[in-house]
Design a protein around this ligand. Structure first.
Ligand code: ADP
Ligand code: MG
Length: 245
């Protein structure tokens, strides 16, 4: 796996002041692999994702994305971020821009694509998430689930090598969760490398190649969904899962 690892995390530590939030994380995600990260609130899941794309400055340890060490002090942060798509719980769309404009703006600003090329890529990716008919709508006219699918399309339009999802369905009404998970499932089927923080255990069971359970800033256990969700070895994992049911 090491040779084709898209994300490689080695002994990663991160503190906020005195609070050590990540206490030595080791994790590899292979090309095309889908890894779901689960664990209680405050266990460091978001901080871990944010250290991968340098939204947080990692502490001790190393993070590699593709072949690049992103924890190298001389790394080109913008070049790293261009390779990584990130989807948050809050969709963070620009409210004063149409759906298409939300997709074209970062392509033009960050990638320097011209108007025609960015519009074409926007249209392709809106079609992928099933929202072509909303191209000229404003975000406020969309449901939460549709807004999140636009946010996914916006990330995809940048042509990322890996996608990071931080509880992408947690802010949605239950009836809207399925459409977003369906888009994520499609990406997984297409071979996208994905790291997904989620509480959706059905998704994790059905889509993840590997499930990682974090607690207290460490990986307590990881394995196939059958192993970690179906037959957890650690008491902390069992306790966490029992509270979700
Ligand atoms: P999770 O996503 O698993 O709920 P987080 O990574 O968000 O956990 O948070 C882990 C811990 O780090 C929490 O105790 C949280 O309060 C703390 N933390 C997260 N971000 C910051 C920050 N920017 N400044 C200070 N503390 C933070
Ligand atoms: Mg979080």
């Amino acid at each position: 796996m090491s040779s084709s690892a898209q994300i490689r995390i080695r002994d990663l530590h991160k503190s906020f002041g005195e609070n050590e939030v990540l206490r030595g994380i080791d994790l590899e995600i292979g090309e095309g692999e889908v890894v779901c990260v689960i664990g209680p609130s405050g266990s460091g899941k978001s901080t871990l994702l944010r250290c991968v794309n340098l939204l947080e400055e990692p502490g001790r340890g190393q993070v590699f994305v593709g072949g690049t060490e992103v924890t190298d002090p001389d790394v080109d942060i913008d070049a790293v971020r261009r390779r990584i798509g990130m989807v948050f719980q809050q969709f963070n769309l620009f409210p004063h821009l149409t759906v298409t404009e939300n997709l074209t703006l970062p392509q033009r600003r960050v990638l320097g694509r011209d108007k025609a090329a960015s519009a074409r890529t926007a249209a392709e990716n809106l079609a992928r998430v099933g929202l072509s008919e909303k191209a000229d709508a404003y975000p406020s006219a969309l449901s939460g689930g549709q807004q999140q699918r636009v946010a996914i399309a916006r990330a995809l339009a940048m042509g990322p090598q890996v996608m990071l999802f931080d509880e992408p369905t947690s802010a949605l009404d239950p009836e809207l969760v399925g459409d977003v998970l369906a888009v994520m499932r499609m990406l997984a089927d297409e071979g996208m490398t994905m790291m997904v923080v989620t509480h959706e255990m059905t998704f994790a069971r059905e889509v993840a190649d590997r499930v990682v359970f974090m607690d207290g800033g460490v990986v307590v256990e990881q394995g196939t969904p059958e192993q970690v969700i179906g037959a957890p070895r650690h008491e902390r994992t069992r306790h966490f899962l029992s509270r979700l049911l």
